[in-house]
Design a protein around this ligand. Sequence first.
Ligand code: HPA
Ligand code: ZN
Length: 344
Amino acid sequence: MNDALRHIVQQMPKAELHIHIEGSLEPELIFALAQRNQIALAYESVDALRDAYAFSDLQSFLDVYYAGASVLCTEQDFYDMTQAYLLRAQADHVRHVEIFFDPQTHTARGVPFEVVIHGIDRALQDARRAYGISGGLILCFLRHLSEADAFATLEQALPHRDKFIGVGLDSSERDHPPEKFARVFAQCRKLGLHLVAHAGEEGPPAYIATALDVLQVERMDHGVRCLEDPALTARLAREQVPLTVCPLSNVKLRVVQRMADHNLPALLEAGLMVTLNSDDPAYFGGYLNDNFLAAFEALPLTLGDAHRLARNSFAAAFLDEPLRQSWLAQVDAFFAAQASGTPC
Ligand code: HPA
Ligand code: ZN
């Protein structure tokens, strides 16, 4: 990648739509919070913890990720974690962010739901004022837990309905198909919540189809295995269902073996509405711009692809239409200024 393209990819305005806030907990903050809350960690040092970040698949990551999240206890802990992420996001020229959080990881340890959501929401409101970054929260149900547990979580969330915009589905994909949560998602749809789900990361393309048909999701998180099913790929392209693709995550969790093998160019070539995202940046080797740079470095991607990915990030966001159009115009103005040599 040449310096000009690198500069453009870094500086272009963008939205991030697939970031698990618990996955932004850096090892240093994990240790600081463990100390603050007098929690014993299974790792002796920051370096020893970081050394454990060698994953063989999704489950091997989730085991470490849930252990890391166990240091989060107070509203201030959730605030500090979210604030640290938003500072990194704004440095990457992220203008709008939709943040996943996993309440069951915390309520199962006795942390009240409101402690979790108040801490994350307060950091988001402060970042809106400080950096002008807009955002929303998406409550994810853990798919390895039961439907009853998801319903109980929704019940706890409802008094805070004004603080989240949608629901998602994450955690261990294999053997936990989307349809396990059909009734929960139907209820969330009735409540007017936006719907997304992880599907087609490790799980088969059939899970992408049921996430669409049974859960009626508006966006697919990952979805990269769709290319194994040409009819499904054609449908995703026809309906312009956004895929929130996470390149560094896919390499770290061995969904692909090397970045050079990533199917991102093929997804774009198929006409899909692809966005790039960081997933769990503290665990997978980088934030949003690191994902863009790693992908653009290893793959045959062009200036036109950068423009398309920046546009897609706002096109796929849960934004009011006038605001979406305003961001799309700002993306186009940014690229027009690059083309005419006017510094932005
Ligand atoms: N996949 C599924 N669940 C998750 C992930 C992921 O990449 N990150 C955090 N929870
Ligand atoms: Zn994810």
